[in-house]
Design a protein around this ligand. Structure first.
Ligand SMILES: Cc1cc2nc3c(=O)[nH]c(=O)nc-3n(C[C@H](O)[C@H](O)[C@H](O)COP(=O)(O)O)c2cc1C
Length: 161
């Protein structure tokens, strides 16, 4: 049995997730970042996470070049940041309206995000149109706030009592 693209997309829309901006810095490409919901924890010891990055994404080329990246989990008031990093504007413009500071490897950390993980690339796997990039986390920064969520193709707020 083969699943149709439409059925597959509809099914995946029922997966509620947080929203991240994956950032990187390299001498060749400078600061780069893109919106990513395909993020998961992998292992606690060693501390590893993964992100899935489309082969066509410029930011993926930057991560390959740098060997380092950060995952910034967006806060409830950062829908505009998600939109800004989802394409349509240059990499320089994406960072213009967002506060950030360079992490230990120069990787931009979005300082208004809920959490930033600084990672070193330890493995990569080609899967369909994407690369699964596994990162070992060497620094975590947690900040106060609530996350923004993505569900059924729309941004949502967590209803916290
Ligand atoms: C809510 C949302 C989630 C996204 N998740 C992913 C993802 O997990 N992986 C991916 O490769 N692209 C994802 N994208 C698309 C990229 O953010 C978009 O293609 C971006 O422009 C790539 O940037 P670049 O080519 O300039 O690096 C997502 C977009 C949105 C709006």
């Amino acid at each position: 049995m083969t699943v149709s693209v439409d059925d597959f997309k509809k099914a995946l829309q029922l997966w509620a997730s947080g929203v991240t901006v994956v950032t990187t810095y390299s001498e060749k490409f400078g600061n780069q970042g893109m919106t990513v919901t395909a993020f998961s924890s992998v292992s606690v010891e060693p501390p590893q996470i993964l992100v899935c990055i489309n082969d066509a994404a410029d930011t993926g080329a930057g991560i390959d070049e740098s060997g380092y990246f950060a995952v910034n989990v967006l806060a409830s008031d950062q829908q505009y940041v998600s939109n800004q990093f989802a394409g349509g504007s240059s990499q320089a413009q994406r960072f213009e309206n967002t506060d950030w500071q360079a992490g230990s490897k120069g990787t931009p950390l979005l300082t208004d995000s809920l959490m930033s993980l600084e990672c070193k690339v330890v493995d990569k796997l080609k899967a369909g149109t994407h690369q699964i990039i596994i990162g070992e986390v060497h620094n975590c920064v947690c900040r106060p706030g609530e996350p923004i969520l993505y569900y059924r193709g729309a941004y949502r707020q967590l209803d916290v009592e």
